[in-house]
Design a protein around this ligand. Sequence first.
Ligand code: ADP
Ligand code: MG
Length: 162
Amino acid sequence: MMVTIDTHSPEETRYLGQILGKTLIPGMVITLDGDLGSGKTTFVQGIGKGLGISEKDYITSPTYNLINEYSGRHCLFHIDLYRLMDPLEIDELGLEEIIYSQGISAIEWADRLPDKTLTSYLSVRIMITGEETRKVTITACGLENTDWIEKIRDNFKEKRWH
Ligand code: ADP
Ligand code: MG
């Protein structure tokens, strides 16, 4: 199950993340892939908003830690593997513990994880299609209930701003 949505501004990408954030259930893993500057962190900011994370806790790239933790309706672990040099570092990060926790994990550059690290997750791929436009593809991977993927699309269409 997969949906593709075009966004036309950072705000719109953030809003799409927010819609997703509202529907997330404990333990969910979201992977985010796409070039540098495609909007992965922007999307995670939206997820944070949807989870009711205080705007004071502004979500930025977890540059130094690789992992940042925020508390909202559910705990959000924001992980950025951009600076991951050695897959062995993953063990040191304690990533498995986080992935199998009741929190929500949002993992940027998840492509860098060894194959089969994740079994069920929501994949978000963002393609740069223009200066202010992005193609966002959300795919349910190994998840049993995928009805809500369509709901995300419907909710987004209903409320889109332009
Ligand atoms: P990433 O985490 O993928 O490196 P960021 O979210 O940090 O990307 O940055 C995305 C950049 O692209 C921001 O500067 C943002 O303002 C810009 N941008 C322009 N159009 C869009 C769009 N439609 N969606 C998301 N970001 C956009
Ligand atoms: Mg980023």
